[in-house]
Ligand binder design. Structure first.
Ligand SMILES: Nc1ncnc2c1ncn2[C@@H]1O[C@H](COP(=O)(O)OP(=O)(O)OP(=O)(O)O)[C@@H](O)[C@H]1O
Length: 543
């Protein structure tokens, strides 16, 4: 072990071969960095590089014969010894790739010393999973789930010495039911290969299992839920991969696999949805009534169209221009520092999420969970709405990279309630278009947005007494109007779109549970030019 001028410990420093030249290679344990530098006087564009040890995927001894055959570079050396380091290379737009670099030297002992030191450092990363349970939906998205896992993900898991028990689902709810039966303590994480629907299924299985094991009744809307500490990894392979996109910054199976391998952890808020003391569902992305509910309901009938069905149903629903009457009650979130109109978004290591979670924990310590629920004020809004959206995260996707609520936080114990009141078709179109450009989608007189911690909705129809004769008339009328897309009068009820699944009830009660679960992700990183960050001038300070 070498000592650096500042008293810093350097685990190893050697001159090793890389390609056809000798490089100064150092392993700085304290800073957690592996660096390699060309010792010749610095030239512009010289390839000086470093990799955080937390982003090293694996280290392997390299067979010299194999390399000799393929490159012929080592022919001059009688008996070279070599090792290969596989690491995360960050490319543009949050895309990660696995890259490798092979160092060689004549001294076998030195080579082994390097391999051992690097392996010891990897062993010390306790957050990395060793045993995973993987569920693959073979029918999600373009039906590529199995191929994506086998060709892109499994080889990386095996490189990182992760063993996986793989279940290819045979029917809907297979993964969810299975999660209630398996010996979950045996696994360091659960991975789902599919879209948002598949993620939702796995999440329901895990959260449900956790509540069952802790003796918590999910039907009680006020019960504090048991946190789910086993992380979920999402390998995107669906038609909609919004949860993956909003928590990683890209829908890319290799990037997601690498986040799983290095053991990233992103806490996530979850909303519970109840009706009349009956548990309906959990939601992590969108709860949408009106426009997004109607799009989903219509698209369900057109599954045969594949991912195209959302475009078709979206257009059709836009033309129908239905609005819905109802009453919304909500408790504003007072514990959080953020607001939905903030210019800053939730990013890796978000301090708004951290501080909000601490505030909530302190409040609960002081006053107790029940007090907080009962005492906080409720605001009530009645009106006619084209869309009511409650989002726990930005809901970004490739088509709308900033999402439905760009400043929503992943783990601050709140949801953003977006109310789009009755307006003209043209105004609604302007609102929708703003999701795809830089303009503020909340800057309209007919749009209101609130940051809330709980929320209730009752449609006018149920308020007016579900059993009355007039209701039956309205229901019929509603059906009539649904069949006439050009008619923009209000129909009886819309349907709630809960993370891409329909809910049976329009009257719902929603509560946000702060950081109820965890993902193998790190939130969206600030978009720096990562390649630059990993090379050139900054290396000078490190060596
Ligand atoms: N083997 C299976 N057969 C049929 N359905 C399944 C199977 N496995 C999972 N499912 C269900 O398929 C639904 C959709 O899956 P997934 O999200 O992976 O695909 P998707 O194409 O993105 O669908 P969506 O856009 O509706 O979310 C999920 O709700 C899941 O419960």
């Amino acid at each position: 072990m070498e000592q650096l001028p500042g008293g810093r410990r350097l685990r190893l420093a050697s001159s090793l071969g890389l390609g056809q030249r000798c490089w100064e290679v150092t392993l700085d344990e304290e800073r957690g960095l592996l660096a390699w530098r060309d010792p010749r006087p610095p030239r512009r564009g010289a390839d000086n590089c470093f990799v955080p040890t937390s982003e090293i995927i694996a280290v392997e001894e390299t067979e010299q014969n194999k390399k000799q055959r393929s490159t012929g570079k080592w022919q001059k050396m009688a008996k070279p010894h070599a090792f290969t380091v596989y690491y995360v290379k960050k490319a543009r737009n949050h895309r990660w790739r696995c890259r490798d670099v092979t160092f060689w030297c004549a001294d076998e002992y030195l080579c082994n010393q390097w391999i051992q030191a690097l392996k010891e450092l990897l062993e010390m990363q306790k957050c990395r999973p060793k045993q995973l349970l993987v569920y693959i939906n073979p029918y999600g998205g373009k039906r590529q789930g199995k191929r994506i896992y086998e060709q892109k993900v499994a080889p990386l898991f095996s490189l990182a010495s992760i063993s996986a028990d793989v279940v290819v689902t045979e029917h809907a709810n297979h993964a969810k039911d299975n999660l209630f039966e398996v010996n979950i303590s045996k696994y360091d994480g659960v991975v789902c290969v599919g879209g948002d629907g598949m993620f939702s299924e796995v999440m329901h299985g895990l959260i449900g299992r956790m509540q069952k094991d802790s003796g918590i009744d999910q039907n009680n809307p006020k019960a504090p839920l048991a946190q789910c500490n086993i992380r979920i990894g999402i390998i995107p392979a669906g038609s909609t991969d919004c949860v993956c996109y909003s928590t990683v910054g890209i829908s890319d199976p290799v990037t997601s696999a690498l986040h799983i391998i290095i053991g990233d952890c992103q806490p996530l808020d979850v909303s519970s949805v109840h009706h009349n003391n009956t548990f309906l569902k959990y939601a992590v992305s969108l709860l949408g009534y009106g426009f997004y509910g109607d799009v989903l309901k219509d698209s369900e009938k057109k599954r045969w169209m594949g991912p195209m069905r959302y475009d078709y149903s979206g257009f059709k629903t836009f033309l129908s221009h239905h609005y819905y009457e109802g009453t919304i009650s909500f408790q504003p979130a007072k514990h959080t520092l953020g607001s939905p109109r903030d210019k800053d978004s939730c990013r890796t290591g978000c301090c708004v999420c951290k501080e909000s979670e601490q505030q909530l924990a302190e409040q609960r310590k002081k006053c107790g969970f029940k007090h907080e629920e009962d005492e906080d004020e409720w605001k009530v809004i009645k009106g006619k709405f084209l869309a009511i959206n409650v989002v726990n995260m930005s809901c970004a996707c490739p088509r709308s990279p900033k999402g439905l609520s760009p400043a929503a936080h992943l783990a601050d114990g709140t949801a953003d309630l977006i109310l789009v009141r009755k307006c003209s078709r043209f105004d609604f179109l302007r609102y929708l278009v703003r999701h795809t450009n830089r303009d503020d989608q909340f800057d309209f007189s007919f749009v209101d947005v609130y940051r809330v911690k709980s929320f209730q909705f009752t449609s006018k129809l149920s308020e007016d007494n579900e059993s009355s004769v007039t209701d039956i008339g309205k229901k019929r009328f509603g059906q009539f109007c649904r069949d006439h897309p050009a008619c923009c009068c209000n129909i009886a009820n819309s349907t709630w779109n809960c993370d891409g699944e329909t809910l049976d009830s329009s009257a719902i009660e929603v509560r946000v549970h702060c950081q109820l679960m965890k993902l193998f992700a790190r939130g969206i990183e600030e978009n720096c030019t990562d390649e630059a960050a990993y090379s050139h001038s900054s290396i000078e300070q490190l060596l």
